[in-house]
Design a protein around this ligand. Sequence first.
Ligand SMILES: [Fe+2]
Length: 369
Amino acid sequence: MTHEYFNPVRTVYGAGALSSLPDLMGGRRALLVTFPEARELGLAARIEALLGDQLTGVIDDVRPNPDVAELDALYNAFWSGGSAGADVIIAVGGGSAIDTAKALMVATPSGRFSELVTLLASGTAFTPPHAKTLIAVPTTAGTGSEVTPWATVWDREAQKKYSLHLPQTWPTIALIDPELMLSLPASVTLQSGLDALSHALESIWNVNANPVSDTFAVAAVHEILEALPQLMKHLDDVTLRGRMALAALKAGMAFSNTRTALAHSISYEMTLRYGLPHGIACSFPLPMVLERAIGQSQERDAVLKRALGELSDAPGRLARFIEQLGVRTSFADYGVSADQARQLVAYALTGARGKNFIGTTQESLKEAA
Ligand SMILES: [Fe+2]
């Protein structure tokens, strides 16, 4: 059977790697997109000092889970002249900063964000007339957004979630510096680490899996199962931060080619309806999705076994691993009744990510209809 793997992102990894930013810029001018705390942490000032007048502007008020209402003004200002000649967008932060940069980097013909939302909502193919180059500098170890072309854009008012992905939204460079993760609080460290675990497992129980994505995914699972509990006890250990950063990168490389599956499809509903943070919403269902995945195909079972060991008790072991980190693993723990959970899973199976799940059959889709 033939298979393909493609990822065009140049990755630069290492403690202290941020200082290579001026070299990586190659004389181009850049806009910095980051989160509000980057100012307090001194990170924005450090980048300003590194880049001097190569930096044409700073957007430092990126909110978690970027919403169309917040992106509208940013985008319109950027493309109506606020980009001030920037060739590059440098996104420094978690998934929200990187996703915001991906939404900003592609121009619509009108230069208006409302046009982008209309295109996303209708799923119309679209070639941006202009696009900026993206350098992604993650400050969390989890989203993998630094090595994928996808951005999630939320419309909380309409209770919808859009996925932006174009050939132009791949980052050019992912600059991964574990030192930038040392100040991450325990809650975000845990949520992002579990998000990475979810990316790795979701790329295995996935109809788009291939031997290359499997190799990245299995390595990521091993590393996360070992390093994340240690890191939660030693948040200031740069070696453990580095191990999780590398594991999240590998998980990102895996799902950059497969996309996610059922657990993420469930997570979008849990985030929209119940307000759960992404890393919790996409990891608490992992044991139940694993249970559904086992036995679907001998070939997938073999890869799951490489990742998790003996499969007969793997869902229970995975549940204990997640619960020992302080995250409950049943719908009831989040106020979702058994009936609501059944409906929610049925609905999640019909979503684009749900259909990537190896256990999604015509029958299960019919049941959900
Ligand atoms: Fe995720």
